[in-house]
Design a protein around this ligand. Structure first.
Ligand SMILES: [Fe+2]
Length: 456
């Protein structure tokens, strides 16, 4: 097994020995907890219990909810332990209380939430020492541990979104990502993804969630996809061309929402002088032209694509571009191959607090030539969140099944804010088409049409 840098603890290969699996799980749990601690220690207690937006929970709720889920799955379900504080379970059940109502609950105070999380983790490490990864499907391949580790890293992303919504002085900082590589300016605007069948989803990833399963064959006609996510510079052309004022580019529902919500630019942007500035984690700065656009909703992405004479890719198109290797005729785990994410391949794990310039990460390019499919920004697709053929809810219906339907649109690829363990080329995120606080951008596509008939 190759070594992985901090924050990049990897899910194990399916045949990893029990000891290697134990070490990988411990490392992954630790990486998530270090980030959780940083995000919750960065503000004072008053800030932790405050609700910074009705869209988000107070940070102290996330903290105790992470611990409560860890207790439910790893101590009770896997370890067979008695509940530690059964009376608090309902407070931290995401289905019992919508986010807007959570500040009014008798939540654990910051010190109590930290102590609870610490105590749960200590006991989990005891369970991990003793567990056998065979027999029960819940522990096979370390699944429950992987699920809990992903859950914490997903909440680390949610908590980072809360930080972005929070007003006041900056409390988080990170170095900027490197400038784009020299060839970025010479990249073709779009790449061709050849038509034909490919294997979508997975039956082999040990920590894949139910909605990514099972692997199945999908026929995708040839199409062109943007080489990189749409940049701020390109998006500003849409704004300057009156894109927000022209209903031709919007769907009926999208236009109604644009008017009702008063959308005129991405969230956190405002005009200044001849250009735009944005607020990013408490700092106001000029909008960087080469960076992928961020904090746009599905409707804005859809309108931009139509204005550009293009469309959003379907989820199947996105996954084929990201995984299919036409030369080998097989579907990869990641765009670059089967190796785990690493810092030279993708911008993940909150190493930077922004996307890298378009054209970055040549080593992480897909066989079709598209870059930054993993990391940087979540990418809106045109697809509703639906089950794959053969879907089975696992380990509980509320993970995915209750969300299936046309209400939610699928996002793919992860963002700079996602931990590597919660980001696979098969990973499916979903959200309402009006949401903008998430770290989402997009890229566009067009049909390639039937292949030209050979002449001669
Ligand atoms: Fe959760």
């Amino acid at each position: 097994m190759t070594s992985t840098p901090p924050g990049h603890a990897a899910p194990p290969a399916a045949d990893a020995s029990a000891e290697a699996l134990r070490a990988a799980i411990a490392g992954t749990l630790l990486a998530g907890r270090e980030r959780t601690r940083l995000l919750t220690d960065a503000v004072d207690d008053a800030d932790l219990v405050r609700q910074h937006s009705p869209l988000m929970s107070p940070l102290v709720w996330d903290l105790a909810h992470i611990a409560n889920q860890e207790e439910l799955w790893l101590l009770r379900a896997v370890g067979g332990r008695e509940p530690m504080h059964p009376e608090i379970d309902p407070l931290y059940d995401a289905f019992e209380h919508p986010r807007a109502k959570r500040p009014a609950l008798p939540l654990l105070a910051p010190a109590e939430a930290r102590a609870y999380a610490h105590e749960v983790r200590g006991r989990v490490l005891d369970v991990l020492e003793a567990v056998r990864f065979t027999g029960e499907p819940l522990v096979s391949g370390g699944f429950a541990f992987g699920m809990v580790a992903q859950h914490e890293q997903q909440h680390d992303e949610t908590m980072l979104a809360t930080h972005q919504l929070r007003t006041g002085a900056a409390v988080l900082s990170a170095p900027p990502p490197a400038a784009a590589p020299p060839d970025a300016a010479r990249l073709p605007a779009e790449v061709l993804v050849p038509g034909g069948p490919f294997t979508m989803g997975t039956s082999a990833e040990p920590w894949a969630l139910d909605n990514e399963r099972p692997a199945h064959t999908v026929h995708v006609p040839a199409f062109y996809l943007d080489t990189t996510p749409v940049t701020n510079a390109a998006y500003q052309e849409f704004i300057a061309d009156g894109g927000y004022a022209d209903p031709r580019w919007w769907t009926t529902g999208g236009w109604a929402h644009r008017q009702q919500a008063g959308l005129e630019a991405p969230l956190f942007w405002r005009p200044e002088g001849a250009g735009w500035v944005r607020r990013r984690f408490g700092v106001t700065e000029p909008v960087p032209p080469a960076e992928p656009v961020l904090h746009v909703c599905f409707h804005e992405a859809q309108a931009y694509a139509r204005w550009a004479g293009r469309r959003l890719p379907t989820e199947a198109e996105w996954e084929k571009a990201a995984r299919f290797d036409p030369a080998a005729g097989r579907t990869r785990r990641f765009p670059w191959g089967d190796a785990e994410p690493a810092p030279d391949l993708a911008n993940l794990g909150q190493r930077y607090l922004q996307p890298a310039p378009a054209g970055s990460y040549p080593a992480g390019a897909a066989p079709c030539g598209a870059r930054q499919l993993i990391g940087d920004v979540w990418e809106w697709t045109s697809s509703d969140f639906l089950p794959y053929p053969g879907f089975r809810a696992w380990p509980y219906r509320e993970y995915s099944e209750v969300f299936f339907g046309p209400e939610y649109k699928v996002l793919r690829g992860g963002s700079f804010a996602v931990g590597p363990v919660a980001c696979r080329a098969t990973f499916r995120n979903w959200d309402y088409p009006i949401r903008r606080q998430i770290f989402a951008g997009f890229r566009t596509a067009r049909d390639a049409g039937p292949a030209a008939r050979p002449t001669g």
